[in-house]
Each structure stands twice: as C-alpha cells, then as structure tokens.
Design a protein around this ligand. Structure first.
Ligand SMILES: Nc1ncnc2c1ncn2[C@@H]1O[C@H](COP(=O)(O)OP(=O)(O)OP(=O)(O)O)[C@@H](O)[C@H]1O
Ligand SMILES: [Mg+2]
Length: 259
C-alpha cells in the first residue's frame, strides 16, 4: 500500500501518519514513512527522539548531493540537469530507522509559478515515483496541508489518499475538493478518517456530509495526544486508545484493498 495522508491544516494528518507507521511496524510490516511537509514534524509523531534528529538534513536541502545526482551544470541562462537521476539508493542512504519505521524527510522544495522545474523538484519527483512504483514496502506519506500539492502531481502514483477531517464544515469542504482533484489525477481510492470527535453530533457531521467516502474510522478528541505533542513523543507510546483506534483504521484500510 502506498498511501498519502492529506487534509486541511491542523486536522491530525501527522498524528495519524506517525501512529499508523508505528502500528504497521509493530505488525512486522516494512514501512517507509515520508515527511513531505516543508514544515517537517512527522519524526516526533513517529517518536524519534530529538537528539537523533539534530544531525538530519532534509533531502531538498542537500544541495551538493542534488547537484551531483542531477549533474547540474550552471550556466549564464539557468542550468542544465539530468531528468532521470539515480534515486533507488536514497531511502537506504538517508532514512532514519526508528522502532522499525524507516523515516525519510523531504523538506521544502522551492516553488515557482506553475510548479518549479528545478533539480530539487526533479530529484524528489523521481524519488517519489520510484518509491510508489518499484518498492515493496508500505509507504505512508504525510502531506502538507491543503490542496496545492495535488497540483504538483508528486502523488500521482499513490494507491490511495486518506483525508483526515475534524468535525466541522471547513475540513469537510477540503476533503470534498481533495476527492475531486484526486479523481482528476486518476486516484480512485479516497478514504476518510474523522479526528477530534467528542459527541454524537461530531460523528453525524462527518458521516452525513461525507457519505460518498468509505470512512475508515474515527479518532476521539484525546488529551493524551496533546500531552504526547507537548512531550515530543509519539501518542503510540503513551496511549492505548489511539492505538486501538488506528488498529481499526488499518484493518478497514486493508479490507478496502482486498474487497
Ligand atoms: N485526537 C486528537 N485529540 C486532541 N488533539 C489532537 C488530536 N489529533 C491531533 N491533535 C492535536 O492537533 C494538533 C495538530 O495535529 P497534527 O500536527 O497531527 O495535524 P496536521 O494535520 O498534521 O497539521 P499541519 O496541517 O500543521 O501539518 C496537534 O497539537 C495535535 O497534538
Ligand atoms: Mg502535519
């Protein structure tokens, strides 16, 4: 399964991506977690301790490596570079391993009008299509908030989107737009996970407005998730309830792939 987790800002994408990656690895699956948000914070949701992180440079900032791989030659009128750089050794070279989760931090790709055509972008796009098409492990991508990344086509080869929503029309509207854009990209499977659910009305607003989507499950509003964030640890390591909820979400996700 190659899954991208998307949705409006602050709904819980990173929380879900981190706990899902840990759940998969606890079930002995090989899992590659990709932080594709320029404001990278998936590592802490996976539980990677801060001191392990200080030496890590996001891939997009490895200028020298990118120039080497893309054979960039800078000239008076921009630059010339290779369109099919070698990428297959990147996960092994640059991912951090934590409790069975391989984590790769992509970092910020400079944006130009209409999507930048630059060596960083070419390398990252090649890397993502390699990971989605040619690798065997389960891939979980934590996307940046909103819709803009869908226009860049970097997720064209995922098997499914999970859109996280909270009980409110704003994140639900975003989910509806993501579904439309995903279908334009040819991605048929778009699932929903509801987060920060407290009352029956919360459940209702999600199920009634998103009745076209398979809903993989709900996660309750949970003070332990906030506590984990405050402490910089994964909710997976301090709370049983979210583990159970994500376990159910994963079961339902697998069912969607077998049915
Ligand atoms: N079930 C929950 N109960 C309470 N707080 C939660 C829950 N899920 C997430 N949060 C909190 O909401 C905030 C946003 O969560 P998170 O970073 O996972 O969202 P995000 O969608 O990845 O945000 P961004 O769009 O900024 O990347 C965090 O402080 C997190 O601890
Ligand atoms: Mg996030």
């Amino acid at each position: 399964m190659k899954i991208a987790i998307s949705g409006k800002g602050g709904v819980g994408k990173t929380t879900l991506a981190g706990v899902l990656a840990r759940t998969l690895s606890a079930q002995s699956e090989t899992v590659l977690a990709i932080d594709a948000d320029p404001d990278s914070n998936l590592a802490s949701a996976v539980g990677v301790p801060l001191d392990l992180l200080t030496n890590i440079t996001p891939l997009a900032e490895m200028t020298h490596f990118i120039e080497e791989r893309t054979e960039t030659k800078k000239g008076g009128y921009g630059s010339i570079f290779k369109l099919n750089p070698k990428v297959d050794d990147i996960p092994e070279k640059f991912s951090i391993d934590y409790k069975g989760v391989k984590l790769l931090i992509l970092g910020s790709v400079p944006q130009g009008g209409g999507g930048c055509f630059c060596p960083e972008n070419v390398l990252l796009k090649n890397l993502l299509s390699h990971l989605f098409i040619q690798r065997n492990e389960t891939v979980i991508v934590d996307m940046e908030a909103g819709l803009e990344h869908l226009g860049r086509g970097s997720t064209s080869y995922v098997d499914a989107f999970i859109v996280v929503v909270e009980p409110g029309m704003r994140s639900i509207q975003t989910a509806l737009q993501i579904k439309k854009l995903a279908s334009d990209l040819g991605i048929k499977r778009v699932f929903v996970v509801g987060n920060k659910v407290q009352a029956d009305e919360d459940r209702q607003v999600i199920t009634e407005n998103l009745d076209d989507f398979p809903i993989l499950g709900l996660m309750a509003y949970n003070p332990k998730v906030l506590e984990a964030d405050r402490k910089g640890v994964s909710p997976y390591d301090i709370d049983e309830q979210i583990k159970d909820e994500v376990d159910t979400i994963l079961k339902n996700l697998r069912n969607q792939f077998t049915s």
